[in-house]
Design a binder for this molecule. Structure first.
Ligand code: FES
Length: 610
């Protein structure tokens, strides 16, 4: 039996596999948020030619037009010989990473530089070897000695030397020569800062001569095909060696795709990239390196390694210059990784005098608290709701995503990225929608969508938008254009959101209590994460995402972890700061904490929380 994946890939199903399982086995991009249970509706593919009859899950998640057009859920499809499939995988997000442009200025000192040298020509009277000749010329210019080399460089010296009349450019880092190129290429020196999130991966290309950001690209982490959160990825990795390898390959492939995208968009060759810094939570860090994750998820929750690490790009299978330095920021503990260290480096005011809390919002939410006496960090499993996953019409913040919502007497006004027809809702839109629905009385403090027949206070337009579905009710945010699908928030979506925000709020209360202070003593609360840029303090407080403190103490920044990775790329001292920080921060484990469990139930209410 054979299946064609458009444009021209052929895959062969094994007995009893669903289409989703075959796609995953072939490492093809497909979203698998609910692990193939048919509940998330995200694994949409389009069948051309033979179209299988719609399953109950297809009918539940896809509208009649989609069904008619051949869309089906891959996890519901039983493979048949000759099937032709079109994949619908979102390749990049378009929202501007504006916070990156607002980052603090740092001195340009990346620890990698290019040196142009004119070497002498060999003669019978000067029979020094080619390599010796290059090293001597280089020492004369830089005043340093270069003891380390590699077969990669030695192999190319004779040709490079002679290509441009013994003029060449060496890329050096400390006492190591990373690359040699014929002629003068000293104007072209680049680095990349990579933020590996559980759901999204972002890569910033930086000109290391000028210190400016050339381009930022991001996309979904291909590992999402194996599970939505870190626990499901760890479980998958522990099931078999192949599973662990598939996750390692998926994340490296995601990064390499983004590097290729950068090359296409900027014309900067991948081999011109000589330094990479990387941040990510501990699970992403370990899976990227191919390290054992089995001890992360069981008590006493131990990582393989927390210290800062450095490898060459060649060792990691990254498609930048093979000799490029790849530096991973250190982890703090089992679920608090280099992304938190990056976020602290990216928001240095968090270390000022006083009590400061940093909340890095994502699928895995990390909290860092600095008081006059201590520095503590913990993580809380928010789940993917903030990143638009696990929500029926959820999506990442890209063109077509509802990012803001206002409920008025006349109806619902949606602010859509790209000012087009909405196709879904992203994290910031979700938070605003829930706050507005609560204020309008469409949901109560328990998060229940009210019965419109029994709620006379609702305005006619609001009542009209509440409808019953199989399980509970849903509220229509935007009617589908041209008979397309309505964008709604269902009771289940609100429940997912309550779990996420309850975990964050309970984590804050627990950490603050463990540090021996109260929430009222916090001088600042900073929310970071790509979508945090677009959050508004009143919404955050109204829905109880954070405990009630004065609005002016709440600050939202963008992807601070990525900013930290960029700063560490630009300046060696920032990297050294990251390397010192992780030793000073106490890691707190919330799993099994009764304080956390007690706070969690109370933190699910949609109201200002004390
Ligand atoms: S519905 Fe198919 S993976 Fe969730």
């Amino acid at each position: 039996m054979k299946i064609t994946i458009l444009p021209n890939r052929v895959i062969i199903p094994e007995d009893h596999e669903t289409l989703m399982e075959v796609l995953i086995r072939y490492q093809l991009p497909v979203q698998n948020i609910c692990n193939g249970k048919g509940t998330c509706g995200k694994c949409k593919v389009r069948m051309t030619g033979y179209v299988s009859p719609p399953s109950d899950h297809d009918i539940l998640h896809l509208n009649p037009l989609e069904l008619q057009a051949g869309f089906r859920l891959a996890c519901s499809v039983e493979p048949k010989d000759g099937m032709v499939i079109e994949l619908h995988f979102v390749e990049s997000q378009d929202r501007k990473v504006s916070a990156l442009n607002k980052m603090k200025k740092t001195n340009l000192d990346p620890g990698v530089k290019k040196v142009y040298i004119q070497s002498s020509k060999p003669t019978l009277a000067d029979e020094r070897g080619d390599w010796d000749r290059v090293v001597e010329a280089l020492c004369a210019v830089t005043g340093r000695s270069y003891d380390q080399t590699s077969l990669y460089i030695l192999g190319k010296v004779p040709d490079i030397l002679r290509a441009e009349k013994y003029a060449l450019t060496a890329t050096v880092s400390e006492d190591k020569i990373l690359e040699i190129e014929a002629g003068d290429t000293s104007k072209r020196l680049y680095g990349v800062a990579v933020d590996v999130g559980t759901t999204s991966v972002a890569v910033a290309l930086i000109d290391l001569n000028q210190g400016n950001i050339v381009k930022v690209v991001s996309t979904e982490n291909e590992q999402t095909a194996y599970g939505a959160d870190v626990i499901s990825r760890i479980t998958f990795a522990m099931e078999s060696r192949e599973g662990a390898m598939a996750l390692r390959v998926a994340i490296r492939r995601t990064i390499n795709h983004l590097l290729e995208e950068l090359e296409v968009q900027t014309k900067v060759g991948m081999t011109e990239i000589f330094k990479m810094t990387m941040v990510g939570n501990t699970t992403m860090h370990h899976l990227f390196l191919g390290l054992d994750v089995s001890h992360l998820a069981v008590s006493p929750y131990v990582s393989v390694c927390n210290t800062p690490l450095e490898f060459s790009a060649m060792e990691l299978g990254l498609e930048i210059n093979p000799q490029a330095r790849v530096l991973l920021l250190p982890n703090i503990g089992s679920f608090v990784g280099g992304d938190t260290i990056g976020a602290i480096v990216g928001t240095p005011e968090i270390l000022d005098q006083g009590n400061h809390l940093l909340i890095d919002l994502g699928t895995n939410c990390e909290l860092f608290l600095k008081t006059e006496n201590t520095m503590m960090a913990c993580s809380t499993a928010a789940g993917p709701a903030f990143e638009g996953a696990g929500i029926v019409h959820g999506m990442r913040a890209k063109q077509g995503a509802i990012e803001g919502v206002m409920i008025t007497e006349e109806g619902v006004v949606c602010q859509v990225i790209g000012e087009q027809e909405p196709i879904g809702i992203c994290g910031s839109g979700l938070i605003e929608a829930i706050d507005e629905m609560r204020k309008a009385g469409i949901i109560n403090t328990q998060g229940k969508i009210v019965d419109p027949e029994k709620t006379p206070s609702l305005l006619p337009e609001q009542r009209k938008r509440i409808r019953s579905i199989e399980r509970g009710r849903e509220f229509i945010l935007a009617y589908g254009a041209d008979q397309g699908q309505d964008i709604t928030l269902s009771q289940k979506d609100i429940g997912e959101f309550q779990l996420a925000k309850g975990a964050v709020c309970a984590g804050i209360k627990t950490l603050v209590e463990m540090a021996g202070i109260t929430v009222s003593k916090l001088d600042s609360v900073t929310l970071s994460g790509t979508f945090a840029t677009y959050l508004k303090a009143p919404n955050i407080l109204n829905i109880g995402l954070v405990p009630d403190i004065s609005e002016e103490r709440i600050k939202t920044v963008g992807n601070a972890a990525h900013v930290g990775a960029i700063l560490a790329l630009l300046n060696q001292q920032e990297l050294a700061t990251a390397g010192e920080l992780y030793r000073k921060i106490s890691h707190v484990e919330l799993g099994g904490s009764t304080t956390f469990s007690n706070y969690f139930m109370d933190s699910m209410y949609i109201e200002r929380l004390s």
